[in-house]
Design a protein around this ligand. Structure first.
Ligand code: ADP
Length: 482
């Protein structure tokens, strides 16, 4: 084995050089002698020697600094330094620089060979250890890679078998993973999509709007509509350090049921309207047909109140149906402050009857809204009507209108019973009536649903701020147009 080991000698002093060359060759080492720095460079580039012996001084240069340079480039090559004298501090230098050892006169052939063998054995052991460690680390990395690949395949299998559509995105909305359902939804077949931007891959505007809204932070879900009538409920969930996931559920059948239900309600309400008008008409005629006793009079009044209630309900339902179907297209430039006067006129009696303190505060710089004045009136009637209806005797109702940048903000505040926190969102649902409303307060549970539809058909927003026992404020934000 030792026979193939190449020992490089970079030594000036020829008597020692000869001695070394002979001693090493005699022990079956291959020896290369270099005479200058260029020769040294050439030699190490052709074949990295198994060991190098360098003089303390080599063609005028410092052997120690040449060794340092060599060790930087070939850290596992053992280097012995040949010094003139075993001076104090040399051992320290050798250790500090990481050399394999040093030789000094008087030199015997056997000493040279022994020292070279010792350095080679040590270097070999070190090399073996490094190789073993590299093998071990590589094996462990391979194992880990195998696990994560297996995990990835497992995850992909799970995701592909989920019925809902799933898209996993990185932070810049590029596709990391997509399942078969999504491919079917967007007709992607086997188009390569991984790594591509979702926005460029899929042209659906609703999906783009969902991606835009992910920046809003609090985004929850968005409806994704298709021309053929399919509707999906899409949801974006942020995933820390990855990006996010879009999940899509087919809600076409729910939408269809909702449509059928609305059509049904609309048809029934429509068909009920004429007979109700007739009933109300005849109840009024009864009184004219002859005198009634007190009981008959009372029954008649109850009958009239009930018919009135059903008529209001039917009218509200028809209104909602029209609004939801998008039939409300009439638009004019409307001044909200002017419409407010008509609403307050209508409620004047009730305000006086309940001794309610009414405060109105309409900002002088109110801009016009492009709106349907009848619907705006209906919205104000419902909000202010509720405030008066739910506020007890001697309470206070405040109506404020002001500008917030290019939007009008309307606030209707009252000192009524307030609405419990968990019910505040639901009061805008059809037929929902809050649990703590005072006994005997009549209503259909449709007023706020109508308000919401009106506001949304004017590209606005409505919400409620309320505290039980303190009062409620209904706020509406409407965009204006000069
Ligand atoms: P309703 O015909 O019952 O008044 P709405 O749709 O107008 O129906 O309102 C829904 C529910 O919201 C009401 O039943 C009531 O519980 C609650 N609500 C609406 N306005 C107020 C208010 N100003 N103060 C307290 N509760 C209110």
């Amino acid at each position: 084995m030792a026979k193939q080991d190449l020992i490089l000698l970079a030594i000036d002093a020829s008597p020692v050089l000869d001695l070394m060359e002979r001693a090493l060759r005699a022990s079956d080492f291959e020896v290369a002698v270099v005479r200058d720095r260029a020769g040294l460079e050439k030699s190490v580039q052709e074949a990295i020697p198994a060991l190098m012996i360098i003089g303390e001084k080599f063609v005028g240069e410092n052997g120690l600094s040449i060794s340092t340079d060599m060790l930087d480039r070939f850290p596992t090559m053992p280097i012995l330094i040949l010094v003139e004298r075993d001076e104090n501090g040399m051992a320290k230098n050798v250790l500090k620089l990481g050399l394999a050892g040093y030789l000094y006169p008087p030199l015997k052939m056997q000493d040279i060979v022994d020292e070279v063998r010792r350095a080679l054995t040590r270097a070999r052991k070190l090399g073996d250890w490094v190789r073993r460690e590299v093998r071990r680390t590589t094996a462990s990395l391979e194992q880990k890679a195998k696990i994560s690949e297996a995990e990835r395949v497992k995850l992909e299998a799970i995701i592909s078998n989920i019925q809902d559509g799933i898209i996993v995105l990185d932070e810049t909305h590029h596709i990391l993973l997509i399942n078969r359902t999504v491919r079917d939804i967007f007709n992607l077949a086997d188009t390569p999509v991984l790594g591509r931007s979702l926005r460029e891959t899929v042209s659906n505007v609703d999906l783009h709007a969902l991606l835009d809204r992910t920046r809003e932070g609090s985004l929850k879900y968005h409806e994704v509509n298709f021309d053929d009538g399919r509707v999906y409920n899409a949801q974006f969930t942020p995933i820390p350090r990855i990006g996010g996931a879009v999940t899509m559920q087919d809600i076409s059948y729910l939408k269809e049921i909702d449509r059928l239900k609305n059509d049904f309600i609309h048809t029934v309400s429509h068909d009920l309207r004429s007979p109700l008008t007739a009933i109300l008409g005849y109840t009024e005629l009864i009184e004219r047909a002859g005198s009634l006793n007190d009981s008959q009079q009372e029954f008649l009044q109850r009958l009239q109140a009930s018919v009135q209630h059903v008529t209001t309900l039917v009218n509200d339902l028809l209104d909602l149906g029209r609004l939801e179907a998008g039939f409300d297209t009439r638009r004019e430039m409307v001044h909200l402050g002017n419409v407010l006067k008509y609403t307050l006129d209508v409620f004047d009696n009730q305000i006086k009857k309940k001794s309610i303190k009414l405060i109105t505060d309409v900002a002088p710089d109110m801009k016009l809204v492009r709106a349907n004045p009848i619907r705006i009136r209906q919205m104000l009637d419902n909000l202010i009507g509720n405030a008066i209806k739910y506020t007890p005797m001697n309470g206070r109702v405040t109506v404020r209108m002001s500008m917030q940048e290019s939007q009008i903000i309307l606030r209707v505040e009252d000192t009524g019973p307030g609405i419990p926190g968990d019910e505040q969102n639901r009061v805008f649902d059809k037929f929902y009536r809050a649990s703590n409303r005072p006994n005997g307060v009549e209503g259909t549970g449709l007023g706020l649903a109508i308000v919401k539809s009106i506001v949304e058909s004017h590209q606005g927003r409505v919400w409620v701020e309320s505290k039980v026992g303190v009062g409620s404020t209904f706020a509406v934000l409407l965009p204006t147009q000069e």
